[in-house]
Design a protein around this ligand. Sequence first.
Ligand SMILES: [Zn+2]
Ligand SMILES: [Zn+2]
Length: 262
Amino acid sequence: MQFFDCHTHTEFSSCAEDVTLGGYVERAEAGCHPFAITDHSAQIFYPPDNRWGFWTDDAEAIFEACREEGAERIRHYIATVRAAQSCGMYVGTELDVLPDGRMVFPEGLLESLDVVLGAVHSMPTLRHERPADEVYAEFRAQVEALAGHGIDVLVHPYRLTLAAGVPLTDELLHWTVACAADAGFALEINGHKGFPEEDLRMVTLALERGVQLAIGTDTHRWSEFGDFSYHEEILLRAGLGPETWHGHLWRPTPAAAEAAAG
Ligand SMILES: [Zn+2]
Ligand SMILES: [Zn+2]
C-alpha cells in the first residue's frame, strides 16, 4: 500500500540537510507518495539569528520579545508552502510548546493547516538533569498542552527521554496511549531515529486501544524520503499484515486531500 508520510522537513528547519521545498515540489509533481511539509514551528518563529533560542532556558523571554515578528514569520512561511503546494503535498507544521504550554505559533492559524504534528522537543527537566519523576511530569504536561491545541499526531513521543537515558515505563506508555485515545490524536512511528523496542510496545498498546498510528519519515535528508522500511518492520513485528495497515493508519481529512489534489 501507499503510505502517507506525515512528517518532512525543508530548508526552513535548521537541522535539515540537503532537502529543499523546491525539491519536494519536483517529487510531488513526478507523482511520488503523498506527504506533508512540517517544519519546526520554533525555528521559524524565533529570530533568524537565534533559531535555537527555544532550546534554552531563555525560551520564554525570547518568545515574549519576538511575538509579533515571529507570528509574521510563520504566516509568511505557511503562505510560501501553500503557494508551492502541488499534487499529493500537504501543508503542516511540527508544533512546539513552551514549558508553560503556550504554542509557538500564531493564534487561529493552526486550523488552516492540513496536518498538525505535536512534538516534545525541549525539556528543562532533562537539561537540568532533574529526577525521572519530574521528567515524566513535564512530559505529561507538554503532551496535554499539545492535545489542548488540537494536534493530529504526537510525533516521536519518547525521543528526548530515551536519548537522555530515561526509560519508558509502562505507566507512562499507558498514560500516553490513553491521552491519545481521549484527545483523538494518532501516535507516530518515526523513521528518523528509531527506538524499535519502545516503538513496538507503543504500537502494540495503541492497537489494543484503537489508537491510530501515523507514518513519519521525519526526512532531514533526501536519502530518508520514501524509505518506509523501519515502519514496515515495526508494523510486521506487531503482528499486522500489510492487508490490515490501511485500517490502522492516520491520514488527513478528505478536505485536506482535496486541497492537496490541486
Ligand atoms: Zn521533531
Ligand atoms: Zn521533525
